[in-house]
Each structure stands twice: as C-alpha cells, then as structure tokens.
Design a protein around this ligand. Structure first.
Ligand code: IPE
Ligand code: IPE
Ligand code: MG
Length: 251
C-alpha cells in the first residue's frame, strides 16, 4: 500500500463542501441561495467520480455542529435535502449509484429519515459508485458509536475486552466496507477538518482549494486528482523504501 500515487486515481474521495454561504453573500443573496447552488456541484462531483472510476465518494453535507446555525438556515437545509431526495434519486439510480447516508439519522424529522432509508434501500444493489452523504455526522460520533458497540459486544460475552483493537473498531465505523480514504478535499479556503472522518483521515492525502463549493466543477476536481497523483505516500516508511517496493511491483 506504500508508493507514489502516480497514474492512480483515488479509490475513495471525501469532500468537505464548504463555501456556500460566502458564495451567496458575494451575490447579496441569502445563504440558502448558496446551498441550492451547491447542488449543481454535487452533480458535477458524482459525474466526475463515475467518469474516473472512483469507487467511493463521501460528501459532508451537514455536520453534527451545523444544528447550531440559525433555525431558518437549518430549516432551509432540511427542505433542500427533502427536495433533493425527491428529485435526484432516480437519476442517481439510473447511473448505478449506491446512496448511503452516514451519521445519526435519528435526529431528523420522520419524513426525511424515511426518504433517506428508502433511497438507500432502492439503490443498494448498485455498484458503479458508492455515494456516501454525511448528515448529522461527526467523526467523534462515528468513533464513539463503534466504542459503544464494543462495550455491548463485550457485555454480551461475544468478544473479550482484550480483543477490541484498531482492526475491530475500524470494522465498526460507518464506512468499514469501503476502500480506505485516499484523498480528502476541502473547498472554500478553510484549512481544517471540522470533525469529518477523523479515524479515516489517518493516512489520507489532504487537498485544499479556495474555490467556493457552488463554483466547483470537474476541472477543479481534476486539479485535485493531478495533485494527488504527484504525491509520494510513504505510510511511515522512507522514500527509498517506497521507490524500491514500487520497482519490485513493476519488475
Ligand atoms: C457548507 O457551506 C454547507 C454546509 C455547512 C451545510 P457553508 O454554509 O458553511 O458556507 P460558508 O462557509 O459560510 O461560506
Ligand atoms: C463543515 O463546514 C461541514 C460541512 C461542509 C457540511 P462548516 O462550515 O460547518 O465548518 P466550520 O464551521 O467552518 O468549521
Ligand atoms: Mg462553512
């Protein structure tokens, strides 16, 4: 798993879709206008991943902290999610996209939660792309819920406490069945993780762009992939070791 990423596309791409509010502000429009505009960029990202053969795309749509925003903005976002479910799922299904919502879904209105569960069930057989949408998601929550499962498993006598290790916890996180996270992109100019995939980020390559999310198109994503392709991923080893093991692979 070591080596240069040259010529390779990420198997799993995660994006913090940031900058909708500022995009709207630049246009003297309400923040919700920016969120609506961001949907076009989501379609671009999905098409991009389908075209490049990227297996998994994980999008941060609503963090566990975003409930603290003004109630009107939270309401606008929830309405947008409902409408997006109604409008986009069929097209995604036709394109072979498997949709999954990750995060604590219990906090959502029953109608919205039902819509999410239905979309997941409807597309579960698709294999062209795993599209994971993180809603009411937090990386700390993800780790905590895996820890809770561990406690229950131990209490039921299914596993010894000593056997709860990184591998066990890793297998009980939201995206355990998907390829390791290769590339993390944050748009909108901020250089932070904001409680996204904390565990999964351990060895991901990080890429930041100032482009605000509604302005993101396939060219912006292609730049990120080109940058990724030039990275040497060492996973703790030395550059010389990585070069040698690459030579061996290609020998
Ligand atoms: C990201 O854009 C979308 C969500 C967090 C829902 P923001 O709404 O954070 O936009 P900025 O960062 O204020 O520009
Ligand atoms: C992170 O963006 C969450 C999403 C993009 C959904 P925020 O805009 O909420 O993050 P902070 O507040 O700048 O850290
Ligand atoms: Mg933001």
């Amino acid at each position: 798993m070591t080596g240069s990423a040259a010529g390779r596309v990420p198997r799993h791409l995660a994006i913090v879709m940031d900058g909708n509010g500022r995009w709207a502000k630049q246009r003297r429009r309400p923040r919700s206008f920016g969120h609506r505009a961001g949907q076009k960029a989501v379609r671009q990202a999905v098409e991009f991943c389908l075209g490049k053969g990227i297996g998994s795309l994980t999008l941060f749509a609503f963090s566990s902290e975003n409930w603290q925003r003004p109630p009107a903005e939270v309401r606008a976002l929830m309405e947008l999610f409902v409408r997006a479910l109604e409008r986009e799922v069929d097209q995604l299904h036709q394109n072979g996209v498997r949709i999954r919502f990750i995060g604590n879904l219990d906090a959502f209105e029953p109608a919205l939660r039902e819509g999410m569960l239905k979309a997941m069930a409807h597309t579960r057989g698709n294999t062209a792309l795993n599209m994971n949408v993180a809603v009411n998601y937090g990386g700390r929550w993800d780790i905590a819920q895996a820890a809770q499962m561990a406690v229950h498993a131990v209490a039921r006598g299914e596993i010894a406490a000593e056997a709860i290790d990184e591998a066990w916890l890793g297998q009980h996180l939201c995206l355990a069945d998907q390829p390791p996270l290769d590339l993390f992109i944050r748009t909108g100019g901020e250089h932070r993780v904001s409680n996204f995939l904390l565990w999964q980020l351990a060895y991901a390559e990080l890429y930041f762009t100032d482009t605000l999310w509604p302005d993101v198109d396939q060219a912006v994503l292609a730049d990120a992939l080109a940058d990724y392709a030039g990275r040497e991923r060492r996973f703790g080893r030395t550059g010389a070791q990585v070069t040698r093991s690459l030579k061996d692979t290609h020998a």
